[in-house]
Design a protein around this ligand. Sequence first.
Ligand SMILES: *Cc1c(COP(=O)(O)O)cnc(C)c1O
Length: 387
Amino acid sequence: MKIDTKLTHLGRGDDSLDVRAVNASVMRASTILFKNHAAWQKCREDRKTKRVLSYGARGTTTNFELEKLLCELEGGYRAQLFPTGLASLAMVLLNYASSGAHFIITDAIYGPVRAICENFLKKVGVEIDFIKADASDVEEKIKPNTKLILCESPGSILYEIIDLPKLCKIAHSHNIPVAIDSTYSSAYLLHPMEFGVDIVVIAATKYLSGHSDVTMGAVIVNEKEWKNFDKLPEIFGFTASPDDVYLVLRGMRTLSIRLQRHEQTAKEIVNFLQTRNEIKTIFFPCLKTHPNHDVFVRDHKGANGMVTIEFADGYSSDDAIKFVDNLKLFSIGASWGGYESLATVTTPPRTATDWSKRGPFVRFHIGLEDSKDLISDLTQALEKIKG
Ligand SMILES: *Cc1c(COP(=O)(O)O)cnc(C)c1O
């Protein structure tokens, strides 16, 4: 099955029934009932190796449908849902953490991951090195105690591109698993496991749900690294609500057409932005001038709706603030991946490279509005900061 057919046909519940609804049903539950003690005992044995109904917090059949769909899309062995994308990243890090362990994390990782490192991992004796966003210096940073490489590509805010086959080859030659935050690609634009990645994290909050009304995260893992991953929500008490899971499943039916439209409109916006002398740099991986553009084209189906600009010399952060305050169709707000356009003044959180002399930056999420309306809006807001 090709991806569009998978998105249409998979994760829809028990298809062996003679009569059934199109969609998977929402099973809300805390307590699950067992006919007798033997059934209860069998379930406790089965859940060690299989995805079975045992207790609501471990997920119900609704959750299992989304986990199966994500595994089918990404080529994973098993998937586990978490209440947010950030919780998913935290659980991946925790799963490999031990006193004396060393982690390598690429510089363009989702910003809040740095707080997990500073406030928790470093305190319990995990050593962390942030490496270049394109992971080009990974080999020299590997140590005998390196237990995990966590990367993000395209990266947060500036969309830096990593050569994943190359990174995985180096990591695996040292027996180190590779995890990626693949929220940018959201199981559609890139399938990291095809390139050797072991663990894929996706914030379902973004494009999978697609409507800015739910938070959720997923970790999709290959067979080799699955060990222990299903214990995490059990040990820490994390779960994902079946109602939220239903919303994500519903959103995913239109993932493909939404992402294609986000990309198309983003390209039109980028063409317009290129004509403006208020702007010095446009960060968008489809541009030939984008670093590692050739790797992006080789591995990805396309771009999503994220575009970041750096204003030209002479424009201050006050100008950038005035610009976003004057936008009418772009709203100011965290997150992205919904149907609506957003714009925020931002600073890329980076430590392996120095961006302190650059900017000001504005990050856009290009929504599903008509591109002509968005361009008019950008034009009027740019005119207001001129001269
Ligand atoms: C938003 C985001 C997350 C976190 O998702 P939440 O559900 O908001 O916690 C993780 N990674 C990336 C790249 C994101 O953009």
